[in-house]
Design a binder for this molecule. Structure first.
Ligand code: KG4
Ligand code: ZN
Length: 362
């Protein structure tokens, strides 16, 4: 008997419309990403209404392509997985509705996935041997979390940002120095030409919460520097600001992550989220992990930023535990990590679902 589990996964929580087919949570058969970045660029950030509209336009095409490239049909799938939070509610609803419609039409089990769990699980794809427990630093546009992954689906949040997320700080600073959106990759590139020691920016430490982050003070320090220079008629070097700002962010992220590994006695560190594709962060952690005998896991950049393959990876471990969602699954914009409103409905037939959700009326 073939025990292979194939999952069609969908991600639409922000500005990427994505679908993928994964095999046993670790092998990517297709990974289609339609990025809306160019659409949002002129507004300097993601415009939620535009994102939702574009998701509606693209979602079916992206799902069709993911199935086609995988060499399988919808009927070959063992589950349909979708990000149901956190994220922009209008954007999430497009993916959730598409997944529910497919599950309803076929009777294939439906699995809701937490977006951040997806980011963490991206690490399983290229590291077939990786198993919990490990520490994971999640740094994206909306989140900066330090997580102890205790087991599949079991997370202990040991640190989080008190204000801006790391990616958000990259985006805001990039806008202030005229680099535009999205800031992370642009600062990453500009910083290569700059001097990271040109300016010293503060690194917020939070009394009594040593693993928490705070990036808004750092962002304000950069903005103040720029304003002061302007008032004095001085021209500051864009690359120097980018490099110095990036250095401050990397030091805090890497410092917290390494300390957590040591204090929690973990010899494995993984990174995840859009900021995890930052060159300086990867280089810094590579060195620090080597020096401290910690195994370092980092997904390829395409699996760090939003994609659906990571949602398929997370869904696989849920599937194996028997987690199934009903057609009453809804988008949850502020879904907390670890609290996933799990529902175990078993493999409901189309008729069961109709009866449960519509009281048998057709
Ligand atoms: O994980 P992601 O694709 O979406 C969210 O879930 O938020 O992360 C997007 C964030 C953006 O803020 C973007 O500027 C940042 O990740 N980012 C980077 C880099 N690439 C993307 N930040 C720093 N360096 C990068 N190379
Ligand atoms: Zn994300």
């Amino acid at each position: 008997m073939n025990n292979d589990i194939k999952i069609l996964s969908i991600e639409s929580s922000c500005d990427e419309t994505a679908a993928a087919v994964t095999l046993n949570g670790r092998e990517v058969l297709s990974n289609i990403i339609y990025s809306q970045i160019t659409l949002h660029e002129e507004y300097g950030g993601v415009v939620p209404e535009i994102a939702s509209r574009k998701h509606i336009e693209k979602i079916n095409q992206v799902i069709d392509r993911a199935l086609k490239e995988s060499g399988h049909t919808l009927r070959d799938m063992d589950a349909i997985a979708v990000t149901y939070g956190p994220g922009l509610v209008g954007a999430l609803l497009v993916g959730v509705s598409a997944a529910k419609a497919l599950a309803f039409a076929t009777g294939i089990p439906l699995i809701g996935v937490h977006h951040i769990e997806g980011h963490i699980c991206a690490n399983y794809i290229e590291n077939k041997e990786l198993e919990p427990p490990f520490v994971c630093l999640v740094a994206s546009g909306g989140h900066s979390h330090l997580v102890v992954v205790k087991d599949h689906g079991e997370f202990e949040l040991i640190g989080r940002t008190r204000d801006d997320a790391a990616g958000e700080a990259f985006d805001k600073v990039a806008r202030a120095i005229g680099l535009g959106y999205p800031g992370g990759p642009k600062i990453d590139k500009a910083a290569r030409e700059g001097n990271p020691d040109a300016f010293t920016f503060p690194q917020a430490k939070i009394e009594g919460a040593e693993y928490d982050f705070s990036f808004s003070g750092l962002k304000s320090a950069v903005l103040n520097l720029i304003n002061q220079a302007k008032m004095q008629g001085q021209e500051l070097d864009q690359a120097d600001i980018a490099a110095s700002f990036q250095k401050a962010v990397v030091e805090v992220l890497a410092g917290h992550a390494i300390r957590a590994c040591k204090e929690y006695g973990m010899n494995k560190l993984a990174i995840a989220g859009g900021v995890a594709s930052n060159t300086a962060l990867r280089e810094r952690l590579e060195k620090e992990c080597a020096a401290n005998n910690i195994e370092f896991y980092r997904p390829s950049p395409v699996l760090c930023t939003d994609n659906a393959a990571m949602i398929g990876a997370a869904a696989y471990f849920e599937y194996r535990k028997g987690v199934r969602f009903g057609l009453d699954m809804n988008a949850v914009p502020n879904l907390p990590l670890g609290d996933r409103e799990r529902r175990y409905h078993g493999r409901a037939s189309r008729l069961d679902l109709l009866e449960r959700d519509f009281g048998g009326r057709r």
